[in-house]
Design a protein around this ligand. Structure first.
Ligand code: NAP
Length: 306
């Protein structure tokens, strides 16, 4: 395939390993990110640094964006030294970030005026999926543009789904975030209940992961909760950003989501503590522990023999 010259903006937890896969796949990759230090290991692997988004978008076939939120995507494209100013007709921009579906459609319409395709391509599978190139990628936008970049997406993920027109990938990602957030509450509650019954978290995870109660969250976040490892992963503040997108979409469509709202409140409790927003989402367990009156300690069971 010809799409070998790649620009990549945003080399954080998710972006950095994805750039590594593209480099190992034989692509020439120019990277830009707000904090250059996070891109340094990629420069050792062969990526080229650009000081601005426009610099990362010069003389490329495909531009990947993996930043934080809707305003960030708008900024790297249309802000000062933004990429859009230098993108030639026929370029495809692939936005791997999780942003709002309506914001996505606006960006796509704006870029379409200059003959540039904008595909929303949010991912799921976590930091583990990014490192192992096992992500699921949910794509919205023109089928012709999707077909062109599909071989590149296959270097980054295992399951690549063209969902529909612009914004459809982000709309489905919002659904995914509902599943993740609500499922995580179940994982926390099950682990606490097991503990109160004298069952170690490792036993629960091992015994139940392959059954009907098993989930990605249980298999991946359960062990981190058990070990007290709250490093991100997926930061609480990013999950809250996603749940805001979810609630906006739900409100606009009249869909009632009380379980999602409850998950938001649990994450808000984590965020309320210093540094809480930067913890991984598995830190929801700490909010539950406070509710159980045990602070950072594992709850102990009031004896069922009494
Ligand atoms: P992250 O580690 O914070 O990475 C985002 C990167 O984008 C950071 O390096 C950040 O720079 C850079 N950035 C943000 N705004 C920028 C701007 N205006 N100009 C230049 N660079 C900018 O977050 P992440 O976990 O990789 O998540 C990235 C996206 O993927 C988010 O939309 C998130 O919701 C989504 N996502 C994450 C996961 C996960 O498990 N982590 C899973 C699925 C989807 P700084 O380093 O200076 O902050």
């Amino acid at each position: 395939m010809s799409e070998r010259r790649i620009g990549f903006i945003g080399t954080g937890i998710m972006g950095a390993p994805l750039v590594g896969h593209l480099l190992r796949g034989g692509c020439r990759v120019t990277v830009h990110s707000r904090t250059r230090a996070k891109a340094e290991p990629l420069l050792v692997q062969g990526a080229t640094w650009a000081d601005t988004p426009a610099g990362a978008a010069a003389e490329i076939d495909v531009l990947f964006v993996m930043v934080t939120d809707t305003p960030d995507v708008e900024q790297v494209l249309f802000g000062e030294n933004g990429a859009a100013a230098v993108l030639p007709r026929g370029t495809v921009v692939v936005d791997l970030s999780t942003i709002s579906p309506s914001g996505t459609r606006s960006i796509a319409a704006r870029l379409a005026e200059q003959g540039v395709d904008f595909l929303d391509a949010p991912v799921t599978g976590g930091d583990v999926g990014a490192r192992n190139a096992t992500l699921t990628i949910l794509v919205g936008g023109r089928a012709e543009a999707f077909d062109r970049v599909r071989p590149l997406l296959e270097q980054l993920g295992r399951r690549i789904v063209h969902v529909g027109p612009s914004g459809a990938g982000q709309a489905l990602k919002a659904c995914n975030q509902v599943l993740c957030a609500v499922n995580l509450m179940g994982v926390c509650e099950a682990l606490l209940l097991a503990r109160s019954a004298g069952i170690a978290p490792e036993v629960l995870i091992d015994a139940l992961s392959a059954g009907a109660g098993g989930s990605w969250a249980l298999a991946n976040y359960g062990p981190r909760m058990a070990a007290g490892d709250m490093a991100p992963g997926f930061m609480v503040k990013l999950q809250q950003k996603d749940l805001r997108i979810v609630q906006e979409a739900g409100q606009a469509a009249g869909v009632v989501m009380p379980a999602t709202a409850l998950a938001q409140q649990m994450f808000r409790s984590v965020e309320a503590r210093p540094g809480g927003g930067e913890l991984g989402t598995q830190a929801m367990i700490t909010a539950y522990r406070h509710l159980c009156g045990n602070g950072d300690e594992q709850p102990t069971r009031p004896s069922h023999r009494t």
